[in-house]
Design a protein around this ligand. Structure first.
Ligand SMILES: *Cc1c(COP(=O)(O)O)cnc(C)c1O
Length: 376
């Protein structure tokens, strides 16, 4: 095998160029136009959200959501610890303080027990968080019923970071539609891509109108250029949205392919004592954006990192699970709440993301499996 086997790469469906060409034909080479409108409509229809606004990135979506929820300097925002840094960076953009919450081992996502602990501690301090950022890691929905019940009890709004979980379901409802705001990412490595882009969704149409205003420099309704609040330049280009339109047509197909990839790994490796595949919570539908597992190094005689390195030597791209935010130098001063044990640290130290590229051939996947088995 000479060709590199990738973790997750862009996979075009075929109609993307037609929509991009449409943008050229009509000269809508701008961060607005028909592709943007149609792409938003598709995401609304697919997710069942009442309103959507296309943005230049998922990070921009989280930034705008927190801004609209009134997060300001020295405010506190709770956030999942086991995630990519983009979930937490916007908290810093607003001068607020992140407090990190551990995962549970059933969902790998925010633990309701740890969240309750954090609320109790901050209630005692007399400092309620302004928002909670809940991440749906690798395409698995968090325990939304339990988490929403806690946030509702304390009357704190939720931003659902569904950057990795477009197409996943929780009790029959689309991931990203549980919080006050949901955020999707169309970065190059995500389940579908616009080469770079994002979307903010909500059932509050007025809030999405405000998001649109924020994303376009917060211009007041006036012929002259007038501004009364801070805004950003965060709108999605009509060219990128053209790619998004084509990608939405193959989203369900991609979810099916991702799940097939996971099932093949599961069949080959799942029964091995010492390997634990990432679970799928009961009554949820995982989009399996990345196939992930943990390796018990004592039972297996190898560490997760050694597996990743062995695969790299064979031109296979695998990765450790995200390094938790509470272990990052950037957030060394931040508070962290876990259950009894530090689960996200365990998942980071023992977890592996396997190649989950939908362009990967069956032969290539069997090669990956062979290389893993060879080592253990
Ligand atoms: C990719 C990602 C983001 C950010 O999306 P961008 O479009 O790259 O800005 C946010 N959160 C998580 C969990 C992600 O994986």
């Amino acid at each position: 095998m000479t060709e590199r086997i990738l973790l997750s790469s862009p996979h075009m469906g075929g109609t993307e160029e037609k929509y991009v060409q449409e943008a050229f034909d009509t000269n809508w080479i701008a961060p607005l136009g028909n592709n943007v409108n149609e792409f938003e409509k598709q995401v609304k229809e697919f997710t069942g959200s009442k309103a959507a606004c296309a943005l230049s990135s998922g990070t921009a979506g989280i930034h705008i959501a927190l801004d609209l929820l009134g997060v300001q300097k020295d405010d506190v925002v709770f956030c999942s610890s086991l995630t990519f840094i983009a979930s937490a960076n916007p908290i810093l953009y607003l001068g607020a303080k992140p407090v990190f919450i551990d995962s549970d081992l059933e969902s790998w996502n925010m633990s309701p027990i740890a969240l309750e602990k954090a609320f109790k501690a901050y209630e005692e301090k007399g400092k309620m968080p302004k928002a909670v950022v809940i991440v749906n890691l690798y395409g698995q929905s968090a325990k939304m019923d339990e988490l929403m019940a806690i946030c509702d009890k304390y009357n704190v709004p939720v931003v659902e970071d569904a950057a990795e979980s477009l197409g996943a379901l929780y009790k029959g409802k689309m991931s990203g539609t549980f919080g006050k705001f949901g955020i999707f990412s169309f970065n190059g490595n995500k389940i579908i891509t616009t080469s770079g882009g994002g979307m903010i969704v909500s059932d509050d149409e007025e809030m999405i109108q405000k998001a649109l205003k924020k994303a376009t420099q917060a211009r007041d309704q006036a012929v002259h250029y007038q501004h009364s609040e801070v805004g950003y330049n965060y709108r999605l280009s009509n060219i990128s949205a053209g790619i998004g339109r084509g990608q939405m047509e193959v989203l369900e197909q991609r979810v099916n392919e991702k799940r097939e990839i996971f099932n093949r790994y599961d069949e080959a490796l799942g029964a091995i004592d010492g390997i634990e595949m990432m679970p799928e919570l009961a009554d949820t539908y995982h989009n399996r954006w990345l196939s992930t597992l943990t390796v018990d190094s004592e039972k297996m005689g190898v560490t997760a990192l050694e597996v990743v390195e062995h695969l790299a030597e064979n031109n296979i791209e695998a990765r450790p699970v995200w390094k938790p935010m509470h272990m990052q130098p950037l957030f060394a001063e931040c508070d962290y709440f876990c259950e009894e044990e530090d689960n996200s640290k365990y998942l980071y130290e023992n977890g592996i993301c396997l190649p989950s590229d939908t362009k990967m051939t069956m032969e290539q996947q069997l090669f990956v499996i062979k290389k893993i088995k060879e080592l253990i």
